[in-house]
Write a protein that binds this ligand. Structure first.
Ligand code: MSP
Length: 512
């Protein structure tokens, strides 16, 4: 049996509440997985939480609770938002789970025994306040350390190092031989650039007296594992039970590509004798007023005119509205600006106006003129032929763009078709035809309803990976079972003929 298509997201730090950036990444990943599922593939979708490390330990201390308690609370929030967003993940990994810890320790032990990990002294500057090593380059032009570091002292510490440097040439060759390993292309070029300078071995341990909240090194109980080594391994530890490794796609944000996902991770896998993931899809950042959306609010944000966050709008307008907005707005790989106004414009024009009204027109007229039963198309004139031809072109284009992660243009192309459907309705004007006693007009009326309904069914099926809730709702209102596969459901048909259509429905309610 073939291995499922395996997709992962980054695992979120367990030290804050989820925001637009985290929510977006889940929706992007979920949309990709749903496309594959609807293309008939078996899929496995993993997301989760990164629970170890200094920040979690410090956070818990501040809150006066244990680190595990702190992680449990954050896990509730992140799993909650996955449910709200209708994320169809198969598993949720938390790096404090015993099976993950076991796998991390096994890999460490294997690398240690193979001589890939060695102990050495590390001498450097250490910030007592930040509890971290700082680098020469962090000094100000006057040679002083920035205020936020507090007192900086020189210390020597024994630690374990992973032989990263020895694989640099191998990694460069791998990237040369695998164009398209990282999407978009320019990100792969960034990594190639980075690898032109020599890299150093990676310090993969932290002494317990400095940091206790981590996975103990299997060969030295005085140390815990560096959090990135632990966190990256989740992709593998979360997959072995299901025999899905290697991952087909890792979806991550641009801030964690170089070096963790593009240097540490491929080298860790290669050194451990494991296959590399097939592709890394790197998205950009959501910005608000030009700055990265993040959990920390500054005084400037607090004084800014009250604006609803994307998460608040999602709760008010629904997961589908949120999913459509982020997928339509962001060109995967680039940054994108968020504002309440941008969200509302998409909501009102694309969703409520173009799509929602069209669905209602069909429901209304089928109710009023045909007793809720969709008639068969009775004629086939140029205007219908043109629309069908447009659909064929649209479907081809839409699926090709989605396969290349160009969801924003794919949706643009699809909405162009939705607007053509509206134009068709206006041209045919069934409400006028309904007043005529001429049987030819009745044939035109029935044909126009059948054509509009079929056009909308095709749109609903196409948009299912992006808006699963709305897509199912439209199909149900049209008396159909929501399609679970694209095959056979994306060609123009008369499957809706004779179906009983529902009453007028508000798909996209007016915001309060
Ligand atoms: N814990 C690490 C990842 C370990 S993966 C083995 C981490 N966590 S994070 O919570 O900071 O970020 C999780 C994901 O959210 C990352 O892919 C990050 O790029 C993404 N985003 C966080 N803020 C973002 C925006 N403002 N916009 C888009 N995504 C960004 O990094």
């Amino acid at each position: 049996m073939s291995k499922p298509f395996y997709l992962t997201t980054a695992i979120d730090y367990a030290n804050g509440a989820p925001h637009l950036g985290h929510a977006y990444e889940k929706v992007l990943a979920d949309t990709i997985v749903r496309f594959h599922r609807m293309n008939g593939e078996k899929t496995y979708f993993l997301t989760g939480l990164d629970e170890h490390g200094q920040k979690v330990q410090q956070n818990a201390q501040k809150m006066g609770i244990s680190p595990q308690e702190c992680c449990d609370r954050v896990a509730e929030l992140f799993q909650g938002i996955c449910r709200e967003l209708e994320i169809s993940n198969d598993a949720y990994i938390r790096t404090t789970q015993p099976h993950h810890i076991k796998v991390v320790q096994e890999i460490l032990q294997k690398l240690y025994e193979a001589g890939e990990i060695y102990k050495a002294d590390y001498k450097g500057f250490y910030s007592i306040r930040q509890e971290q090593f700082v680098l020469e380059k962090d000094r100000g032009p006057d040679g002083k350390w920035p205020e936020l570091f507090g007192e900086v002292i020189e210390i020597t510490e024994s630690n374990y190092f992973f032989r990263l440097a020895k694989y640099q040439a191998w990694l460069r060759k791998y990237l040369d031989e695998h164009p398209g390993f990282i999407f978009p292309d320019f990100r792969q070029k960034n990594v190639v650039e980075f690898l032109k300078e020599p890299i150093s071995d990676l310090c993969i341990s932290r002494p317990k007296e400095r940091l206790s909240w981590g996975i103990e090194l299997p060969f030295d109980k005085n140390f815990v594992t560096y959090v990135w080594f632990d966190a990256l391994t989740n992709y593998y530890s979360g997959a072995i039970e299901n025999a899905c490794w290697p991952a087909d796609i890792h979806v991550i944000g641009k801030d964690i590509l170089v070096p963790p996902h593009s240097v540490y991770w491929p080298i860790m896998l290669h050194a451990a004798g494991l296959e590399l993931p097939k592709k890394i899809v790197v998205h950009g950042w959501w910005l608000s007023a030009g700055r990265k959306v993040s959990k920390t609010k500054t005084a400037a944000d607090d004084n800014a005119p009250a604006e609803k966050t994307a998460i608040e709008l999602m709760r008010e307008l629904g997961a589908d509205a949120f999913r459509y907005f982020v997928m339509r707005e962001m060109n995967v790989g680039q940054d994108s600006e968020y504002s309440e106004a941008l969200f509302m414009t998409r909501y009102k024009s694309d969703l409520a106006n173009d799509l929602g009204n069209m669905v209602n027109r069909v429901l209304n007229m089928t109710g009023n003129y045909c007793g809720h039963v969709l008639p068969a198309p009775a004629i086939d004139e140029d205007i219908e032929k043109n629309l069908r031809a447009l659909w064929e072109k649209t479907a081809r284009h839409y699926h090709a763009l989605a396969a290349e992660f160009q969801f924003h243009t794919a949706l643009d192309v699809l909405w162009n078709f939705v607007r053509e459907l509206n134009r068709y309705a206006n041209d045919r004007a069934p409400w006028k035809l309904a007043k005529s006693a001429d049987p030819a007009d009745r044939a035109r009326l029935e044909t126009s309803l059948a054509t509009m309904a079929e056009g909308l069914r095709l749109v609903a099926v196409a948009v299912t990976p992006v808006m699963p809730g709305i897509a199912a709702k439209i199909q149900k209102l049209f008396g159909a079972t929501p399609a679970e596969k694209f095959a056979g459901a994306q060609t123009w048909s008369t499957t809706l003929t004779g179906n009983t259509f529902g009453d007028k429905a508000i798909l996209f309610p007016r915001p309060q």
